[in-house]
Structure formats: C-alpha cells, structure tokens
Write a protein that binds this ligand. Structure first.
Ligand code: NAG
Ligand code: NAG
Length: 382
C-alpha cells in the first residue's frame, strides 16, 4: 500500500495550488494592464503582490482546513496576520476578502468544495492566522510560500506558488505552481533571454508565454509530474492530462546551463561566475526569479541551480522544500555547498546550511561543483 501514502494530501495540494496560480494570474493581469508595475518595487502595503500573497495564503489555509480539520493542521507560511488585522489595512483586507471569495467560488471546477456562503473578514483573517506554526522535527507540517518571487510577479516574469508537506522532518510532498512557466521545453530560456535583452518590456504579448504549469511529486515515487494550467473556464482534468518530467541527462559541464537568482542581493554572481569557470561551464547563467529555478532543473530545461547568499542570511524552508523534493524525485541531487542534505527539521529556517544550495541534474556534475566550491571558497571573502 506504499503508493497510497499521502495521496489525499497530494490530491488536495495539487488542486489548491492550481486555484492559487489562477488567483495570482488574475491579480497580476489587473496589475500589468495598469502599466504601473514599476511603481511597486517591493512589498509595500498596497502592492498587488501583497494582495496576492494574503489571498493565496487564506485560500490554501481554508481548503486544507476544510479537508483535514482546522484543529488538526499545522501550516508554516511566510505571511503573518498582524499587519492585515490593523485598522489602517481595512482597504487591503477588503481586497483580499473579495479575491479569496472569487477564487473559492470556482473551487468546484477544480474538484474542491466552495464555502456554503462567502467568507467574511474574520474568517479570512482566521484562515491566514492559522498559518503561524513553527515547524520542527516532529509531526506533519504544511509549508507554504504563497507568492515566491515578488519581483518576478511584479515584472510579469517568473514566480511560483510553493506548497510542501513535511512529515517528521522529511519533505514528503512537493507542489510547485509556476503560472508563467512556458509549457514547451526550452521556452524558459527564450523567455528569460527576451527579458534580459529588453528588461523594461512589460509582458508585451502575454498570450505568448502565458501557459503555466504545476509540478508535483511524492517522496519515494521517483517520479515528478507536470500538469498544464487550465485555461478560461475549463475544468481541471487531472491527473489524465499530467505528464512525467525528468532531469536532463547532460553531464558535460560545457553543455550544461546553470540557473541562479536574478538579484545579486540573493546570491553572489561573481562567486558563481568563478565557480562556473573552474568547473568548465561555458554558457551564460540563466537568471530566473523564484523557485522556478528548481522547476527548470526538474523539467530538464537546465542542469544546475546554485545559490550563495551573503554571510548571515538564513534560508527559509518554504523557499526550498517543494523544489528540493521535485528535483530529487525527478532524478537530481540537491545538497548544501558542503554536500550535505538540507535539514528541514529545525523550524522555519534551514539551520546549519553550509554556505549555499547546489541542485544538479545528476551526481557527476554535482560532485564537480562541490569540489570547486571547496577549491574557490578560501580565495573568496564570502
Ligand atoms: C489528526 O491527525 C492525526 C495524525 O495525522 C490523525 O491520526 C487524526 O485522525 C486526525 N484527527 C482528526 C480529527 O482529523
Ligand atoms: C562575492 O564573491 C567574490 C568572489 O568570490 C568576493 O570577492 C566578494 O567579496 C563577494 N561579495 C560579497 C558581497 O560577498
């Protein structure tokens, strides 16, 4: 009965992440059509990404609570409810409540239940507030990043909705919704090159890229699946329309593509450039926002993802859990820069992470990168 483990959890997670992706997309459409996306540099209180963040968190929390019982569920998520509860956030809260209700009203299309009547502010706040678990080594914890990749979202580029289930410190389910990830192989590279050349071009031809997919997996299955996002008012037909994905089989560094964060603040680009040279990587790095980098490795669109944050930065579990499991089950390897597995047992941070994260399509490339880290580290000031 091994196969049956976590099947309800996976089923609900895929469906609710799907709904969340469409929620993000509709919030983003409003944002991009106003052509004001450049005003929103970060998560200030009224930015659309804030609306999407809260709304996804409330939606996912509500659906998980309906399915598994609100008393009996632990959710670790990025947003805490304090800001939204303040009187001065009333306008924002109203937007969130209406976004959540619009999203939940479509739940039957995704094989889930809608609320009997529209949720009020207090129910939405309650759903968000339920996501304040701390995680830890024991028991089941859902881990959610409602909108991973704030800048990607605001710029109409890559962002993700990430939901994972951790059971006794092991990630057992990973679901990664990638609303802007082109369905066709190699299109991510084209997509990102397009923006690399024309970074100010705001999503000029949405239909061209707007395909989107959800990647999902279960620990020990040795399989990762991709479900295209549904379009228009269609019903989700799943799992019949999902297909298997697999990591790339390239092991020659000269042919490998490596991904890294777009923002220099999130990873040291000159350090990875040095590593790339040592290992013999020839291609330009593919700089992508959000956990879509993990999706690119799991789908076989790139071979390596490296991230070296500044000293003292602590990686959060919700930024990695779903992506790590996807890459592993799709046939890849993920460790810290010392070659050790990431430790999801210590609460909301990846405590004890050695220097950075290295995800590869296979062991051979992975070993080369890890030894190059050892060789380069002492000569850098990271
Ligand atoms: C709560 O969760 C535990 C462990 O997952 C399970 O055994 C129990 O049946 C659940 N209780 C309810 C009320 O859902
Ligand atoms: C980035 O790495 C380079 C080369 O390894 C190093 O010289 C530099 O100090 C690092 N920058 C930061 C901000 O850590």
């Amino acid at each position: 009965m091994e196969e049956e483990i976590y099947s309800l959890e996976l089923n609900v997670a895929v469906r609710v992440v799907h709904m969340a992706c469409l929620l993000c997309r509709s919030v983003q459409k409003g944002l991009l059509s106003t052509s004001t996306f450049d005003q929103f540099k970060s998560k200030d209180d009224n930015s659309p990404v804030t609306v999407a963040d809260w709304s996804v968190q409330a939606t996912v929390s509500w659906v998980l609570s309906e399915t598994f019982g609100s008393q009996n569920i632990s959710i670790v998520a990025e947003e805490d409810v304090q800001t939204l509860s303040k009187p001065e956030s009333a306008g924002l809260l109203a937007m969130v409540v209406s976004t959540v209700n619009e999203c939940l009203s479509k739940a039957p299309r995704f094989g889930l239940k809608s609320p009997a009547q529209a949720l009020g502010s207090s129910e939405v706040l309650e759903a968000i507030g339920r996501c304040s678990a701390a995680g830890g080594p024991v028991g089941k914890h859902w881990v959610l990043d409602p909108v991973d990749g704030t800048l990607g979202f605001l710029r109409g580029r890559q962002y993700a909705v990430a939901l994972a289930l951790i059971d006794n410190a092991e990630v057992v389910i990973g679901v990664l919704g990638c609303p802007n990830y082109p369905d066709k192989k190699n299109w991510l590279v084209k997509h990102e090159q397009h923006y690399h050349v024309m970074p100010e071009l705001p999503f000029s031809n949405p239909g061209m890229w707007e395909e989107g997919c959800i990647l999902y997996t279960r620990r020990g299955s040795s399989e990762a699946w991709m479900q295209p996002l549904v379009h228009g008012d269609n019903k989700l037909v799943w799992p019949n329309s999902a297909r298997l994905v697999r990591v790339s089989s390239i092991d020659d560094p000269a042919l490998a593509t490596f991904c890294e964060p777009v923002e220099e603040a999130n990873s040291n680009h000159s350090f990875t450039a040095g590593l790339a040279q040592t290992v013999g990587l020839r291609k330009q790095p593919l700089r992508v926002h959000s956990m879509v980098k993990y999706a690119a490795i799991a789908r076989g669109d790139a071979e390596i993802f490296m991230k070296f944050a500044r000293a003292g930065y602590k990686e959060k579990i919700w930024d990695h859990a779903a992506g790590v499991l996807l890459v592993q089950e799709a046939g890849g390897v993920v460790t810290d820069a010392g070659g050790q597995p990431l430790d999801f047992s210590k609460g909301m941070y990846l405590e004890g992470l050695d220097r950075g994260v290295v995800a590869c399509c296979g062991a051979k490339l992975h070993e080369k990168i890890i030894s190059a880290v050892y060789a380069s580290w002492d000569s850098s000031n990271l």
